[in-house]
Ligand binder design. Structure first.
Ligand code: ZN
Length: 399
């Protein structure tokens, strides 16, 4: 597709060149809607992806931050899954061992931006015997996680310059940066907070953009994520913002990119790893065609299931489910039911498609022929849950 390039929001010299118009999708995937009508009538926004050849950022140039309201009833908690819980526990252990365990001067301070119920912040503070401060406008005090009680204080406001001056030996934000339309000023504030804590470390985790771009998990393209990062582009952004990157890696089965950094005291490093950037540019050049092929393939599969009068369930009412239904449009109507293990989502309705979200046990009374699993990491867990209920539905896993 063609479109006017605009200056990159991540690096100083690059420009964002549009390469994919993916239509429209609900502006908020995590909002819990109280009725089918409200869910179907939810606000939608355009998906227009663009690429910066200088730093590797992929960005939705149609994104308008004013359309996303994080104070709506929101639930992105994943820790009802055993697989995810194990990952979070190991991550908390790793961060405490690397950055907090050897502190001797008084209690450590941990800050988390976008902390939700305070679950992960509480885990860190419990393990490090630290004090926690969280920022999250969507936090509901009555839903404070038990592990955070007595250890963590949560400000129900967005992270801003008001946090400057508060101690932060470890400052975390997980699945936050990809929602921020102007990442450079945001990181400048993070840097100013960390400057007050000598040896303070920032931990950032984002979805791995390669999932959408290279593994063609096209359902990972959602409106709320304006930025799609890979290891290299995330590292370049932090270095440009005045950080020294001490670790960057793919994690959670390659689904996340995580980065640890501290405030850089010297001039920015010159980087020469153009190979990763060239490969990414090739992925981007082929993407529009691949995107349509994957979409047509799933349209065909759903039409086939419909033709054979098969009852279909989608398992997992998260961002991928909203993306799957939004990108498949009317064809997603052949999904009979959407299942989620999170009790907070059950009885609410999926943004866009308006499917009611039901607990796994509902399949006992209304069995399905086919279960579509949207995240391969949960396939074993889901097969075990189906087996425990004595159900023999066929499982189709979306790569
Ligand atoms: Zn750039």
């Amino acid at each position: 597709m063609t479109g006017t390039p605009r200056p990159c929001v991540s690096c100083k010299n690059g420009s964002l060149e549009p390469f994919l118009d993916a239509g429209e999708a609900p502006v908020q995937v995590g909002v819990l809607w109280a009725s089918r009508e409200a869910a179907r009538g939810c606000p939608r926004g355009k998906l227009q992806l663009a690429f910066c050849r200088s730093c590797g950022l992929v960005y939705n140039v149609a994104f308008d931050p004013a359309r996303v309201d994080y104070s709506l009833r929101y639930d992105n908690a994943l820790h009802f899954s055993e697989v995810f819980r194990r990952y979070e526990n190991q991550l908390a252990e790793r961060l405490v061992a690397r950055h907090l365990a050897e502190r001797t001067a008084g209690p450590a301070h941990v800050m988390e931006l976008g902390c939700g119920s305070g679950h992960f912040l509480g885990l860190l503070c419990q393990r490090a015997d630290a004090r926690g401060i969280g920022f999250d406008p969507s936090h509901v005090p009555a839903q404070l996680d038990p592990v955070a009680r007595g250890r963590v204080e949560i400000q129900r406001e967005p992270f801003s310059e008001r946090a400057i001056g508060q101690p932060a030996d470890l400052l975390c934000f997980r699945h936050v940066l990809e929602h921020i339309s102007e990442p450079r000023p945001f990181l400048a504030t993070v840097r100013r907070v960390l400057e007050a804590s000598p040896d303070g470390v920032v931990y950032c985790e984002v979805p791995n953009g390669l999932l959408a771009l290279r593994q063609l998990s096209i359902w990972d393209v959602i409106y709320e994520h304006c930025s799609y990062f890979v290891c290299g582009s995330l590292e370049r952004l932090f270095e440009a913002a005045g950080f020294e990157v001490i670790d960057v890696r793919e994690d959670y089965g390659g689904q996340f990119v995580s980065l640890e950094a501290r405030v850089s005291r010297g001039p920015a490093r010159e980087r020469a790893d153009s190979a990763g950037l060239e490969q990414l540019a090739a992925d981007v050049a082929a993407y529009a065609e691949h995107f349509e092929r994957v979409r047509e393939d799933w349209r065909g599969r759903l039409a086939d299931l419909r033709g054979r009068r098969q009852r279909v369930a989608l398992w997992g009412a998260g961002a991928k489910a909203v993306g799957f239904c939004a990108l498949l449009g009317k064809d997603a109507d052949s999904v009979a039911t959407v299942i989620d293990v999170n009790p907070g989502k059950q009885g609410t309705f999926l943004a866009g498609s308006g499917h009611e979200i039901r607990p796994p046990q509902s399949l006992r009374d209304a069995p399905v022929d086919t279960v579509i699993v949207l995240n391969p990491l949960y396939e074993q867990e889901i097969r075990a849950d189906l087996g425990a209920m004595g159900l023999s539905s066929e499982v189709l896993t979306v790569a």
